[in-house]
Write a protein of this length. Sequence first.
Length: 259
Amino acid sequence: MQASMILGVGTLVGLFLGMVLFLELGRSLRLRMIEKDTEKTIAGLNVVEGALFGLMGLVIAFTFSGAASRFDAKRQLIVEEANNIGTAYLRIDLLPEAARPPLREKFRRYVDARLEAYRSLSAVAGASPQMTTAAELQREIWEQSVAACRETTNPQAALLLLPALNAMFDIANTRFWATQIHPPSIIFALLATLALVCSLLAGFGMAGGRARSWIHIVAFAAILTLTVYVIIDMEFPRIGLIRIVEFDRALMDVGATMR
């Protein structure tokens, strides 16, 4: 299991335990107030509870919607890159016969480097060498293509191949920066803080009876923790259980056509 995934799971376990603790703390505070007969001093608390629970729902909806849209965008970018690479590869046929084999070989290596880079993207340091290799291959493919276009007698070669290469390189850059787009860390901190505060208030409200309901306590904490996990998992879809790895098949299929 990768260190980043272990850290994420550990954080979520800590959030779950923290929520259980705050639920119990809220319950204890309510019971203490009942014993001291001071509950009349908290009139209007329902308004505060409603506002805080509403705010938590809003933050969850905001982060979930954003994570889902970015997750879908990342999948679409994989397919778009596969299409752009396939188009550029086919247009190599416009070049002179002698220029085709070395360019095709570099395309095969380029696809392999791109696949390997995103397989190891969960660890940025691990993905860096493959990203560097892919960038170097981009430069070599471009230089060889430009040189071949100058030598060919086909006037359509440069007009068709070079824009296709440019699109292929641009989508690679777009994909990389798409992996870096996430909500500010303070949003996740706010979500965790609201979860704990709402747990305190929920525990306070659950203390109407003396008996402790572990079913409700565990269910409340588990469902909120699971919701936060799903949001984070969609934000980082190459680390957890929600993955976009299956969409790499689009690039693998393009690579297979080049063999």
